[in-house]
Design a binder for this molecule. Structure first.
Ligand SMILES: C[S@@+](CC[C@H](N)C(=O)[O-])C[C@H]1O[C@@H](n2cnc3c(N)ncnc32)[C@H](O)[C@@H]1O
Ligand code: SF4
Length: 462
């Protein structure tokens, strides 16, 4: 079945046997494989190759501050009430913008995509937003009209009466609103109380101002959620008619994310309830006319994301699914990641370390990875499957000069087993993910992930 159809088959037996979890493949190799061997020389080579390619740029700016702490949060953030903390951070960010532009030739080629993420980008003042956008425009060639894709993450509680208007004035045309859940008991348990009215108002204002592709973030698996309460949240969400929806899975890892220790394990839905919530959510959204884009994401059929999927031009990078296939990504700000055809590179996670490097006028690089040809081949395969649920073997041959069946001959057996289970079909011309396999796409991609395979072999030996 082609991508974007209106059914997703729920097969409990397959879900029990294959894993719904696994890497989200916003990159391949995943960030777990980045190492500190990737140094400034490696960054310079990546930048040089990128410049020579002339590929357009996609820019990501990380603004880590939040005024409130949501207990479930796994994002890279700094929670503070002190608004003046942003000033010194932004000073360094301006410096990084100039440095990255010099390195990557930011004024030589268009930047067709811009995203401000966090944390909460609207934590900063309106003056700071204007100055930051002016700095980006000075160093990179952003479109002056709406032909670029300029998006920002918004916490509805951190969005004053004229914030959206200012964002529109400085060139944003897309927003993503964090909702998570509308149920008051759930909201209280995760320390994120925001009435539906507030989200509704922000959405209405955004539409009046001409923002498009409006996204809402939801999370399933939060404390006190039940299939019934989440169904109510979804009904409210569907009434708001967002263009896109992200429905993320809450993974409770309190050892890794300290704030999650405030969530009591006994308040979490059972695994069976959680699966039921997911199944119901998918069915409800499909029935409401949304298209399943893949891995947590839904869109209305007329949204550019759904159109790109139908037309075979969808792509995936650290910002999730995107229509900007041929861009190199430059990440700026603490923990931000960049990507070129041959490399990934990530800034320091730690704010002080990031600032220290910039204070000495150095790139705040922490780690990265130069891709081998095998990495690039496997990335191509994984991206084809994740974005389009199908892979044309002739196209693989044209791009890589290899026969798909020869290159992946080691996978004959597991692929045949998946085909026998009805997850995929494979013949001489293509590998296709069938309807029951679409929910299990991570398990299918994991087969092609050399590092995951090595890790599982290793742990089996142990
Ligand atoms: C940076 S936040 C969005 C912007 C803004 N800070 C807000 O919360 O509205 C990105 C999104 O990540 C998701 N998220 C954060 N922590 C998560 C977790 N532990 N599990 C699943 N999703 C999570 C939430 O849906 C959140 O809206
Ligand atoms: S979910 Fe958003 S607002 Fe809440 S702590 Fe995380 S980044 Fe901050």
């Amino acid at each position: 079945m082609a991508a974007g159809t209106d059914t997703l088959l729920w097969n409990q037996n397959l879900i029990d046997r294959y894993d719904l979890a696994g890497p989200r493949y916003t990159s391949y190799p995943t960030a777990l494989e980045f190492t500190e061997d990737f140094d400034l020389d490696a960054l310079e080579s990546a930048a040089q190759e990128s410049r020579q390619s002339g590929r357009p740029l996609s820019l990501y700016l990380h603004i880590p501050f939040c005024a409130h702490l949501c207990y479930y949060c796994a994002c890279n953030k700094i929670v503070t009430k002190k608004r003046d903390k942003a000033g010194p951070y932004l000073e360094r960010l301006h410096r990084e913008i100039r440095k990255k532009s010099e390195l990557f030739g930011g004024t030589e080629r268009p930047a067709t995509q811009l995203h401000w993420g966090g944390g909460t980008p609207t934590f900063i003042s309106q003056d700071e937003m204007r100055t930051l956008m002016a700095a980006v425009r000075e160093s990179f060639r952003l479109a002056d009209d709406d032909s670029g894709d300029h998006s920002i993450e918004i916490d509805p509680r951190e969005c004053g009466p004229d914030t959206l208007q200012v964002l529109r004035e400085i060139g944003f045309n897309r927003i993503s609103l964090g909702v998570q859940d509308f149920n008051p008991k759930v909201q209280k348990a995760v320390n994120r109380v925001q009435p539906a009215e507030m989200v509704n108002n922000r959405l209405r204002e955004a539409r009046e101002l001409g923002f498009g592709s409006i996204n809402l973030d939801l999370i399933y698996g939060l404390p006190f959620q039940t299939p019934a309460t989440f169904a109510e949240t979804l009904d409210q969400v569907i009434e708001l008619l967002p263009d896109r929806l992200s429905v993320f899975n809450y993974a409770h890892m309190p050892d890794r994310f300290m704030p999650q220790q405030r969530i009591r394990e006994e308040d979490l839905p059972t695994p069976a309830d959680k699966l039921q919530i997911l199944e119901d959510a998918i069915n409800r959204l499909l029935a409401a006319g949304y298209v399943y884009i893949g891995m947590d994401h839904f869109a209305r059929p007329d949204d550019p994301l759904a159109i790109a999927q139908r037309e075979g031009t969808l792509h995936r990078n650290f910002q999730g699914y995107t229509t900007h296939r041929d861009c190199d990504l430059i990440g700026m700000g603490v923990s931000a990641i960049g990507q070129t055809e041959h490399a990934y590179f990530q800034n320091h996670h730690d704010q002080q370390a990031w600032e220290f490097e910039l204070d000495f006028n150095r790139h705040p690089l922490k780690k990265g990875r130069t891709l081998t040809r095998d990495d690039r081949i496997r990335r191509w395969v994984i991206m084809a499957l994740i974005c389009h649920f199908t892979l044309e073997k002739a196209q693989f041959r044209d791009i890589w000069g290899e026969e798909f069946d020869d290159y992946f001959r080691d996978l004959n057996q597991p692929l045949a087993a998946m085909a026998a289970d009805g997850l995929i079909s494979t013949d001489d011309s293509r590998l296709e993910v069938k309807t029951p396999g679409r929910l299990l796409i991570r398990a299918i991609c994991k087969l092609f992930d050399r590092y995951q395979q090595q890790a599982s072999k290793f742990s089996r030996i142990i």
